[in-house]
Write a protein that binds this ligand. Structure first.
Ligand SMILES: *[C@@H]1O[C@H](CO)[C@@H](O)[C@H](O)[C@H]1NC(C)=O
Ligand SMILES: *[C@@H]1O[C@H](CO)[C@@H](O)[C@H](O)[C@H]1NC(C)=O
Ligand SMILES: *[C@@H]1O[C@H](CO)[C@@H](O)[C@H](O)[C@H]1NC(C)=O
Length: 224
């Protein structure tokens, strides 16, 4: 096929990279392979890059809670993607409610708001009552999610009893506006929030899909 050397210059042109015609003729096949490898690494890198802005508060709280656990000689909690998802959905339900002295960490136990669509929230996160029953949901409301106030709402309230509990091994965190929600999980079938197959597999299939779309797009450019 004599048009094998065409994709690279086309691609470079579409990326607005300068390439003079003599270089175009001299591009060895190895370079084009290298280019593809570089391009795919770039794509994978971009996919892995966190784009959500409220991740900072969540990561701060995650580190803060594990520091607190360490101070009590307890094992660190590991992040659970499905619990993250549920925490995010619950925070979304709370977000319109204002902070008062009876919401969030100040709630009198037993008077926590119930959401009638809770089963739907579980379903959206590929979860069921059966594998979340032993988990614990802890919402807190802190204007602007000031980091040290957020942490104190968990470590210096009734919630600290849960954080000081060896039953829990995993954690999910989600936030919306002034609300931040922590979901604790266990390592038993009734509370493990059966995490997605595996992070790695999930990531590979996702980046694989996007990489294929990129190839498809590039292929189209080439056909033009
Ligand atoms: C909460 O605030 C209300 C008024 O805003 C007050 O009457 C009540 O005593 C407060 N409750 C607590 C537990 O501080
Ligand atoms: C929780 O955050 C609120 C701000 O919304 C703050 O007034 C309160 O003192 C915090 N509670 C604890 C136990 O730190
Ligand atoms: C944590 O739990 C242990 C054992 O249940 C208890 O002795 C300790 O006082 C608790 N610490 C805090 C800070 O709640």
């Amino acid at each position: 096929m004599n048009n094998r050397s065409l994709p690279l210059p086309c691609l470079l042109r579409s990326l607005h990279l300068p390439l003079n015609s003599s270089a175009q003729r001299m591009v060895p096949p190895k370079f084009s392979l290298l280019f593809w490898i570089l391009l795919s690494s770039l794509v994978i890198l971009l996919i892995n890059y966190p784009v959500k802005c409220d991740d900072d508060e969540e990561d701060n709280l995650f580190l803060g809670i594990n520091k607190y656990r360490a101070s009590l000689n307890l094992k660190a909690l590991s992040r659970n993607k499905n619990a993250d998802c549920l925490a995010e959905k619950i925070a979304d339900q709370f977000k319109k409610q204002p902070c008062t002295n009876s919401t969030g960490a100040n709630t009198v136990p037993g008077t926590e708001p119930q959401f009638s669509n809770y089963p739907d929230l579980l379903t959206k996160c590929h979860l069921a009552i059966s594998n979340t029953r032993d988990g614990s949901v802890m919402p807190a409301c802190v204007p602007k999610l000031v980091p040290n106030l957020v942490l104190a709402n968990f470590t210096k309230s009734l919630y600290s009893d849960n954080l000081n509990d060896t039953t829990y091994t995993g954690i999910g965190i989600g936030s919306e506006d002034n609300w931040i929600v922590v979901v604790l999980t266990t390592n038993t079938p009734a509370g493990n929030f059966a995490p997605y197959t595996s992070n790695g597999a999930n990531l590979i299939s996702r980046s694989g899909l996007i990489f294929c779309s990129v190839l498809f797009l590039v292929g189209n450019i080439f056909l033009l």
